[in-house]
Design a protein around this ligand. Structure first.
Ligand SMILES: [Ca+2]
Ligand SMILES: [Ca+2]
Ligand SMILES: [Ca+2]
Length: 188
């Protein structure tokens, strides 16, 4: 069973991904996030960059469905998500979990490391907040928490460490809890 803290974080993650806040995760949420990114990065509709960006976001949805064992045209409610998260992410098979979080770290860097130096800068991290419509005002604080060696960049290792803590840590003070911004508002 997930602890209350783990559940609150996983519920926050659901709310971050549920872009239109209609209470279910679906393909459109991921497409909307892609469209948001296109606006952010100045990709105009009809261009190759635009299409590639949407494709990539759709790919993220497909990976997510594969991970949850659902067809691509299905949806996931909060309840289904939390049940899945409990069984597969928080208390599941190590190998599957490791594969998923490594993939997620690569995906985040692939998407948001726009200058391709292998690190996430504060500006690039703010893009992530913009893309997912996470409250921007928490981005600097979250960035500082994730940048463990204080060199003003989030390295791949620092990101992976944050992802690990975000998904599994039961420590209220774990820095990685801040990966997707402030999450206490979802406490129950
Ligand atoms: Ca939705
Ligand atoms: Ca970078
Ligand atoms: Ca760093």
């Amino acid at each position: 069973m997930m602890t209350s803290l783990q559940k609150r974080k996983l519920a926050h993650y659901f709310n971050v991904l549920d872009f239109d806040k209609n209470g279910v995760l679906e393909r459109d949420d991921f497409i909307n996030i892609g469209e948001n990114l296109c606006v952010l990065w100045g990709f105009r509709e009809g261009t190759e960059a635009y299409t590639a960006c949407l494709h990539r976001c759709e790919g993220t949805w497909k990976d997510f469905c594969d991970f949850m064992g659902k067809p691509y045209d299905s949806t996931a409610t909060m309840e289904e998500w939390l049940e899945f998260a409990d069984k597969v992410i928080v208390n599941g098979d190590e190998e599957l979990y490791e594969r998923h979080i490594n993939k997620l770290a690569k995906e985040i860097i692939g998407f948001f490391d726009t200058n391709q130096d292998g690190y996430i800068s504060l500006n690039e991290y703010v893009d992530l907040f913009m893309a997912y419509r996470i409250e921007i005002r928490y981005s600097a604080k979250a960035f500082t928490k994730l940048d463990l060696d204080h060199d003003d960049y989030i390295s791949a290792d620092e990101l992976l460490s944050a992802i690990r803590e975000f998904f599994r840590s039961d420590d209220e003070n774990a820095k990685g809890n801040w990966l997707f911004g402030f999450w206490e508002s979802n406490s129950n």
